[in-house]
Design a protein. Structure first.
Length: 144
């Protein structure tokens, strides 16, 4: 009987303790005929104890997860955000868009340069002699 009471109490306190469940646990732990005020105070104490234990467990788990992620080498959200900001700043400084491509103005200047190169290649190729025909070729010097 006593062992069952302890087990039920611990089960109730380990989970989310509702006010009704705290009232029932307090009533079960008190002697029969205990004053309602005493049962209500015990129930309130159980609720407070349960909440503080949940808070301590959450803090412990949070610290442990942070410790484990650091030991594994995972970056925190703050570190990732700082890196994203740095990349955006570098992209802006380099004149790039978020996708890693040069902005459209840079593409136009590259296109102008390449078309200027093509035009100069055309004019220089027309200045060089084209394939010679037999009428354009003079006979090699020699005894005639």
């Amino acid at each position: 009987m006593l062992l069952d009471d302890v087990r039920r109490t611990l089960e109730g306190l380990a989970g989310t303790l509702t006010p009704a469940r705290a009232q029932q646990l307090a009533k079960d732990m008190m002697e029969p005929g205990a004053a309602k005020e005493q049962v209500a105070k015990s129930a309130a104490d159980l609720m407070e104890w349960s909440q503080s234990n949940r808070d301590r467990i959450m803090e412990f788990v949070t610290r442990e997860v942070q410790h484990q992620t650091k030991s594994v080498g995972l970056a925190s959200q703050a570190e990732l955000d700082a890196l994203k900001k740095r990349v955006r700043d570098l992209e802006r400084a380099a004149g790039m868009t978020a996708s890693g491509r040069k902005k459209a103005t840079a593409k136009k200047s590259t296109a102008k340069k390449s078309s200027a190169r093509k035009a100069s290649a055309r004019t220089s190729s027309s200045a060089t002699p084209s394939a010679a025909t037999s009428s354009d070729v003079s006979a090699p010097p020699g005894p005639s």
